[in-house]
Design a protein around this ligand. Structure first.
Ligand code: ATP
Ligand code: MN
Length: 481
């Protein structure tokens, strides 16, 4: 619509309909102006009071705190007020005044109330406070209306924004890597198949195998487990890129740290060696946590009070201290010398379990740890080989309460060494010809890493289960909402 028409409509609205713009509760709670007319809209958290006065706690999602609405009961329609129950959605016109009570700085004396949507108290699932997180997972479609999930989702948003800001401010380009991939050689985990073939009536080859040439893409395809291989193509053209997108792993891991669908951030940088890579990972994590401390203090204070007293202290501690850097070999020695009884015994060559990672971080160093120089057998084919012939330039960043939060490496840039390793592992070369072209033409030293976004949100919110830091968790046998 032309701007002039739009302005006229706005003008007439003002004059003839007493149109008033909606006020956001976050703004009102920090407003220094009182005795002004306001219009607020939101969901009722509680209503209490008596036959003379009612107090409605209204939340519009903009901030964890509620705005108190004071209602002079005798001057309102009784039927209307009956509809204002926990969970209902209302609009309130009134005057913003300094609060008489001690719980809040300001409150609204209601002059009129409109009910947008009722919420029958007999069946509204969030009628009472204090539901368990397990129960709330069963009503994932409604849990954003709770204080806890409001806080988590606002922090999740802030961290997403901070990730883009960090990379943009530091000269990285956001590269969109594909979600559907034709290669199953990425090697980071079991994959979900993508197909339009008729499952009841699969086209077959003569030898009885499925004929994927009749499938949508003319070949077998899957959901991506990582954007890294494509990220490397971007880094070797644009210098420094990052991806931030969904990744999928069809592993049957029912742990508090694994999802079947999760978001990953993968920066990839030309001309970075493993040390540059570690410096970036540490600086990046500290930036994100500092950003959350500065921009999410209301939500963090709430989570601290309700779930984890040490949360804010722990976040500050991580931003203020250097991460410990040591090799896998040194780490394994520490674990073997400790008298701690681990569920999985430790020896050189094992893939470290979360219990081992957390021992190093929480018990031994009491600081975040970056482990490097892992045995090549337990790491991916593309990692740069060290001169010892046994280890690769991998780096895992280990965090308190989480274990591995970042996995990365310097990449093998030498064509011959990479080809040798691919053959050694029996990875089908034909699927990777495009990847190997980066080493054939203008190869360069380069590095990168993957940060699991939900693991970061877990750490920053102090929540205990990864299912509670993503709006709609996908885990084995669970994709309802
Ligand atoms: P783990 O050993 O914890 O299963 P991984 O070594 O298989 O993880 P990578 O392939 O290195 O994981 O992925 C990079 C990052 O992505 C990890 O450091 C972690 O933060 C995150 N991540 C990996 N798998 C999952 C998952 N299933 N759910 C959520 N985040 C994950
Ligand atoms: Mn890893």
């Amino acid at each position: 619509m032309p701007k002039i028409v739009f302005l006229w409509i706005k003008f007439f609205n003002r004059i003839f309909m007493e149109h008033q713009e909606r006020n956001i509760i976050r703004d009102l709670l920090k407003s220094h102006k009182v005795d002004i007319d306001v219009l607020v809209k939101g969901w009722v958290r509680t209503k209490r009071g008596n036959k003379n006065v009612a107090f409605i706690a209204l939340n519009d999602g903009s901030i964890i705190h509620n705005l108190q609405i004071v209602v002079d009961v005798p001057s309102f329609d009784e039927e209307l007020l009956k509809k204002v129950t926990t969970g209902s959605c209302i609009a309130v016109h009134g005057k913003l005044v300094q609060s008489a009570g001690s719980g809040q700085p300001v409150e609204v004396i209601a002059s009129s109330i409109e009910v947008y949507g009722t919420a029958d108290p007999d069946i509204y699932p969030l009628q009472k406070k204090g539901h368990s997180l397990e129960f709330l997972r069963e009503i994932a479609h409604l849990r954003p209306r709770t204080n806890t999930f409001g806080a988590v989702l606002r922090i999740r948003h802030a961290l997403s924004f901070a990730i883009h800001k960090y990379f943009n401010d530091n000269g990285f380009y956001y590269l969109h890597t594909p979600i559907v991939t034709g290669s199953d050689a990425e090697g980071a985990g079991a994959m979900f198949r993508v197909t339009t073939l008729d499952m009841e009536n699969l086209p077959k080859n003569e030898d009885g195998s499925v004929n994927y040439s009749e499938d949508f893409f003319g070949k077998s395809t899957n959901l991506t487990v990582s954007g890294q291989l494509e990220g490397e193509l971007g880094a070797l053209a644009l210098g420094a890129i990052y991806t931030f997108g969904p990744t999928f792993r069809a592993e049957n891991s029912n742990t508090p740290r694994h999802l079947a669908e999760f978001w990953m951030i993968e920066p990839e940088m030309a001309f970075y060696d493993i040390k540059d890579n570690m410096d970036l990972a540490e600086d990046f994590l500290k930036y994100l946590i500092t950003y959350a401390l500065e921009h999410c203090h209301h939500d963090l204070e709430f989570l601290c009070k309700m779930y984890d007293e040490e949360l804010i202290e722990r976040l500050k501690f991580v931003t203020e201290n250097d991460f410990i850097r040591l090799t896998y070999t040194e780490g394994v020695e520490i674990l073997m010398k400790s008298n701690h009884k681990f569920e999985f015994p430790v020896s050189w060559g094992i893939d470290l379990q979360s219990e081992h990672e957390r021992y190093l971080v929480e018990k031994h160093f009491k600081k975040p740890v970056i482990l490097t120089g892992y045995p090549k057998e337990i790491k991916a084919f593309y990692m740069k080989q060290n001169e010892d012939g046994k280890t690769v330039r991998a780096m895992d960043v280990l965090f308190p309460k989480i274990g591995e939060i970042i996995g990365g490496s310097q990449r093998e840039e030498d064509f011959a060494k990479l080809e040798y390793r691919i053959n050694e592992l029996g990875i089908p070369m034909k699927d990777l010809w495009w990847y190997l072209d980066t080493r054939r033409f203008g190869s360069a030293p380069h590095s990168g890493f993957g940060l699991g976004f939900e693991r970061l949100v877990l750490f920053v919110t102090g929540m205990g289960n990864i299912r509670d830091v993503i709006p709609f968790p996908r885990t084995p046998k669970n994709a309802e909402f």
